[in-house]
Design a protein. Structure first.
Length: 569
């Protein structure tokens, strides 16, 4: 088996669809299924199916977290991966990477960049992908791309051009701050690559007439209704306010006289939000029939696409970045009415595969929002709500677009066919996986050309010897002399057995035979350097040898001796 070309940093939270409350409510986080989990599961499924290598490595915080990945590899019907190696992250942080490139399901973790600098500066490349960039943690991760020791052979995948612009805005602002504060010319070293999310065109495809009829019957859709489908989390502050979709559906029904049925296939964080969406539908969409389906259920999500005539997705949240539902709708042969917002404008060909609805923000309407968020004067949900209330999705334009599609079945068919063709040409997961593999290959090649700088301690937290240099009375180096205490040998065994005297034991030698031999030899004074060399010869090298000498000194088994012209005293 050859070395895997890539190691995936695997955490179930990024690759497994979860419903209900977050695992640890005290840590915060949204309730219910998250779009990044859907995208992560789809990406993993696609890589197992379309990745060209027969070997894959996974890096995990602990091996228990690898269980869903092992199950996915065993159960995948078309997996090309025949060899999966699972390693703990501690090994990689120590400089031993199982593959040339380590890929994260989020921006690359700066911990690994710092650890690499200390242990193996050109040992492996780091890669990651963006999802939401609105959280303070996400912004801090982008700033780390400038300040942490990332290199030109590292990469961040941006899922859209708008995301790339956001990354450059955040990192550019931070670079300007660093330059103003400290001078010089700080730079964003990792490359930015724009690679979209994808869709499985076999899973999402235009339905046969029989499949369409069955799906509509199962959902209670009347034969003469035009079904407008909206799929996604029901969150009016963090995803998409329903007002423009409700208004558009109602206006399309009123203007055309058609029976417009708006199906909201989603899920809410709590019953109050679900009730607000239902109450809003009665008030804001009086001319349309609005129903709800549980979009957390994968079977429901699969069933709604073949029943639909049109897809609508009108986000207004800064938390959005791409729009996976748009490519799923296009692959399903549906025209899409979507916001001209973030990554959506990369997906919808306006007037060809659907319509882009203009969005507008008022300058100054969010003044101080970021400062309040960072200072803890507001929380993330309120920050999103404040930003969302400053975004106007053109409800009149949405109504115009939806009216055209509701009124013209031929236009629906033409735009749906064009959307399917666009999805097959640009957004299949197979194409996405090929783009990732090309990026990883380029990173590995650049890694091979990179001159390895010398290893160095973390600049933000140098070694204790440097940070705490002023603490002790004296520092003992390799030239200092020590000798065994007279009672060292009988005291050794009790000290090795006592929990009180065995902290951090994994960082030194604890073999009683080796230690007894060392103490026996130290009846005659010896330098710390010579003791460390002797331990190294027995397989205890580097810092572990000196940590062993330090432990022996700490508990009085060795004592310092002075060197005089006549010899040690």
């Amino acid at each position: 088996m050859t070395t895997p070309p890539v190691a995936l940093y695997y955490d179930p939270d990024a690759y497994v669809e979860r419903t209900g409350p977050p695992p640890d409510p005290r840590a915060g986080g949204a309730r219910g299924l998250m779009g990044r989990q859907v995208a992560g599961r789809e990406f993993l499924d696609a890589y197992l199916a379309h990745g060209t290598a027969d070997a894959l490595a996974a890096v995990v915080r602990d091996r228990r977290r690898a269980a869903p990945l092992l199950a996915a590899c065993r159960a995948h019907p078309a997996a090309r991966v025949r060899h999966l190696r699972v390693v703990g992250e501690a090994a990689v942080l120590a400089g031993d990477a199982p593959a040339p490139v380590l890929h994260f399901p989020n921006p690359p973790d700066a911990r690994f960049a710092w650890a690499r600098r200390a242990a193996n500066p050109a040992g492996f490349a780091l890669c990651g992908v963006t999802h939401t960039l609105a959280t303070p943690a996400a912004a801090a991760a982008l700033c780390d791309l400038v300040a942490a020791p990332f290199e030109p052979f590292d990469a961040l995948v941006c899922t859209s051009r708008a995301v790339e612009a956001t990354v450059r805005a955040v990192t550019g602002s931070y670079r300007d701050y660093l330059a103003d504060r400290f001078g010089g010319a700080p730079a964003l070293r990792p490359r930015l690559a724009v690679i979209p999310l994808g869709v499985n065109p076999d899973r999402f495809r235009p339905p046969t007439p029989a499949a369409r009829a069955a799906a509509r019957a199962a959902l209670g859709v009347e034969p003469d209704e035009v079904l407008v489908l909206c799929v996604g989390r029901l969150s009016h502050h963090a995803k998409a306010h329903p007002f423009p979709a409700y208004h558009a559906a109602s206006e399309a029904a009123r203007r055309t006289g058609a029976k417009v049925h708006l199906l909201m296939a989603g899920w809410a964080a709590n019953p109050a939000v679900a009730a607000a969406f239902r109450d809003g539908a009665r008030l804001l969409a009086p001319s349309a029939r609005v129903t709800f389906a549980d979009g957390q259920d994968a079977a429901v999500r699969a069933a709604v696409w073949p029943a639909a005539d049109i897809a609508v997705s009108l986000p207004d949240s800064v938390q959005e970045t791409f729009g996976l539902v748009v490519v799923e709708a296009m692959a399903s042969g549906l025209p899409v009415v979507g916001s001209d917002w973030d990554g959506y404008r990369d997906l919808i060909a306006d007037g060809e595969t659907g319509f882009l609805v203009p969005t507008r923000m008022v300058r100054g309407a969010t003044a101080g929002a970021s400062e309040r968020l960072l200072a803890g004067l507001t929380n993330y949900d309120h920050f999103l709500a404040e930003c969302g209330q400053a975004v106007a999705v053109d409800a009149a334009a949405a109504a115009d677009a939806l009216t055209l599609l509701v009124a013209d079945a031929g236009l629906r068919a033409a735009q749906g066919a064009a959307g399917r063709a666009r999805a097959e040409a640009h957004f299949t997961w197979e194409r996405v996986v090929r783009a990732y593999e090309a990026l990883w290959a380029e990173q590995a090649a650049e890694l091979g050309r990179a001159a390895a700088p010398p290893a160095a301690a973390p600049a933000r937290y140098p070694s204790p010897e440097r940070v705490f240099a002023a603490y002790p009375t004296a520092w003992l180096g390799d030239a200092e002399w020590v000798a065994a205490a007279p009672d060292a040998l009988p005291r050794l065994a009790p000290l090795l057995a006592m929990p009180l005297t065995n902290l951090a034991a994994a960082r030194r030698c604890t073999d009683p035979v080796v230690l007894a031999a060392l103490l026996e030899a130290a009846v005659e004074p010896a330098s710390i350097g010579s003791m460390a060399a002797g331990l190294a010869a027995g397989g205890v090298g580097g810092g572990a040898a000196r940590a062993t000498v330090a432990w022996l000194l700490k508990y009085g088994l060795l004592t310092p001796v002075r060197v005089t012209p006549a010899g040690p005293t």
